[in-house]
Design a protein around this ligand. Structure first.
Ligand SMILES: [Zn+2]
Length: 133
């Protein structure tokens, strides 16, 4: 599948994915997406860091109506996941039913189909799936 944008994530052979983030050489904190400047201490000493695949669900909701410009399926899950490396990221969730999600749930990063392009080819993005599914 074609990624929705280059440089955001990488698919792994085991079906999981990694976010292409950055690690600050000064404060050692990680961030996503990758930036030249650390969002925590403003140092410009950031290097590449692959983040995930495990995380913990912090907040979640179900998006029932398509946001402007969005061409994928609705409803879809959306939430904040704290990565095992410490950063919190806003992400699509593979589970759209809030009744099947809970705060503190173990999640894993996967590649998910976002929509099909004009030629009918699938376009992928990263998403968090409940662990064990
Ligand atoms: Zn920093």
């Amino acid at each position: 599948m074609q990624p929705v944008r280059e440089g955001l994530f990488r698919a792994c052979d085991d079906g999981t994915a990694r976010l292409l983030g950055g690690r600050c050489g000064e404060c050692q904190r990680v961030h996503f997406p990758r930036g030249e400047t650390c969002p925590y201490c403003s140092a410009e000493d950031c290097s590449d860091a692959e983040l995930g695949p495990r995380g913990t669900l912090w907040l979640y909701t179900s998006v029932l109506r398509a946001p402007p410009g969005y061409r994928g399926d609705v409803p879809f899950g959306f939430g904040i996941v704290e990565l095992e490396q410490g950063a919190r990221v806003i992400s699509r969730l593979t589970e759209a039913d809030p009744a099947r999600l809970r705060r503190g749930q173990s999640m894993r990063l996967v590649v998910d189909r976002l929509h099909n392009d004009e030629d009918g080819n699938p376009v992928s993005t990263y998403a968090f799936a409940p662990e064990g599914e």
